[in-house]
Design a protein around this ligand. Structure first.
Ligand SMILES: C[S@@+](CC[C@H](N)C(=O)[O-])C[C@H]1O[C@@H](n2cnc3c(N)ncnc32)[C@H](O)[C@@H]1O
Length: 391
């Protein structure tokens, strides 16, 4: 098997369970590496550090799957990890039939995402190295979940970066275009082939639940970047009188409207607009809301994009604060690792100075627990939300 040695000083981080090795951190190779092959990682002196796979064409060249010398990467290790991920989810008592079964590094399976929607599973490979285990992964999913069907979703960004061959479609059994799942007491339509991510933002489950504690019957609520109405439906369910849901995607809004019907709700105002422009418009009209949720897409895919992203966040916070009434609540989310909780708090503080409103933090929420984060790997904590009361 290919062996690599890392440069002096890198070993401490790996012994601390950080599973990535960047290309410039590799001191030597036992031979020329091939894309996707397995590798034994050693420190500069030759001591064992872990087993991983390598892609010499990308910046994160090695991802480690095992830090245990007695546990090399084999098909049975991959199956064991998937089973462990499943058993972990069983203990979480997620009040839904949809959950993330495998969350990449969070489940010691870098490059693999598996989401379960009732009797169906959606699988996504985000690294070249993980695609070598495609068959083993599918076999394990069939054994553990006994699904009616499995759909493979092509992750276009990862394909471009990692050079994976694009595969999209049903890879086992049959998968209908739309699946209905339930979460707490609401149902959601999931369009697996056309929907964003694997079809739904499962990671916001706990925040969709939390918003209910802030909404009172008769309230006016605003769900900005609403997708298929996750927050809007929960607001309406709590008896909000007016709910405005804004998104740029026509498909997401269409599914949102059907979700509303599916749940016997009515009256949500679905608005197709650019959220930045729409918030400005609401402010110009002097509109005020009791509860405002702003859940934008990732504005910072890498650290170079952070300054621009922060300008975007500042604008959203200023607009959000302006349309929240006194005594009302505003939530702002970041789903990028690069925009940290500290960044969110800073832009919120700056925005509050600009609009001259005092804000009181009422809660912080994170990606739900089926999207585990590894303490030693900060990159696995990507979704953060800050909820404030605008005094
Ligand atoms: C993180 S998702 C929101 C998830 C949603 N809150 C939920 O719980 O399902 C971000 C959404 O922003 C939408 N979007 C992206 N850019 C936008 C823009 N400039 N204006 C409005 N919506 C936008 C996307 O279509 C996507 O639905």
């Amino acid at each position: 098997m290919l062996q690599i040695r890392v440069k002096p000083g890198i070993e401490d981080r790996i012994r601390g369970f950080f599973p990535w090795i960047y290309r410039p951190e590799i001191a030597s190779y036992s031979r020329k590496p091939k894309k996707g092959e397995l590798v034994v990682v050693r420190d500069f002196g030759g001591k064992f550090l872990g087993y991983g796979y390598i892609n010499p064409d990308v910046s994160i060249a090695v991802r480690i799957l095992s830090f245990d010398k007695k546990e090399p990467i084999t098909p049975s290790l991959i199956k064991k990890r998937i089973l462990e991920a499943y058993n972990y989810r069983k203990r979480l008592y997620i009040n839904s039939n949809a959950f993330r079964l495998v969350h990449s590094e969070g489940d010691l399976l870098p490059g693999l995402i598996v989401d379960v929607y009732g009797e169906y599973a959606v699988v996504e490979f985000t690294t070249y190295g993980m695609t070598r285990f495609r068959d083993v992964v599918l076999e394990a999913l069939v054994e553990i979940l006994k699904p009616k069907g499995i759909y493979e979703k092509a992750n276009l960004t990862a394909q471009k970066v990692e050079g994976i061959d694009a595969r999209e479609g049903v890879v086992y059994g049959e998968v209908p275009e739309e699946v209905v799942i339930w979460e707490h007491d609401l149902k959601y339509l999931i369009n697996i082939p056309e929907g964003q991510k694997t079809g739904f933002f499962l990671d916001q489950r706990n925040s969709r639940r939390f918003v209910r504690s802030l909404v009172e019957p008769g309230d006016r609520c605003l769900d900005v970047f609403c997708h298929t109405g996750g927050f809007a439906l929960n607001m309406k369910k709590m008896g909000a009188e007016r709910v405005v849901a804004v998104d740029l995607s026509e498909l997401a809004l269409e599914v949102g409207k059907r979700n509303e019907e599916l749940n016997g709700l009515s009256g949500i105002e679905w608005v197709q607009a650019n959220a930045f422009d729409y918030l400005r418009e609401l402010d110009t009209k002097g509109e005020k809301f009791d509860v405002v949720v702003i859940d934008p897409p990732s504005f910072a895919k890498n650290k170079h994009a952070v300054p621009n992203a922060l300008r975007g966040y500042k604008e959203l916070c200023v607009r959000g604060l302006k349309v929240t009434k006194s005594g009302g609540y505003l939530a702002v989310f970041s789903c990028s690792f690069h925009i940290t909780e500290q960044h969110l708090l800073e832009v919120l503080t700056e925005a509050s100075y600009d609009v001259r409103r005092q804000v009181r933090v009422v809660a912080k929420t994170f990606q739900d627990k089926d999207h585990p984060w590894i303490l030693q790997m900060p990159n696995t904590l990507y979704l953060k939300g800050v909820w404030v009361e605008v005094v």
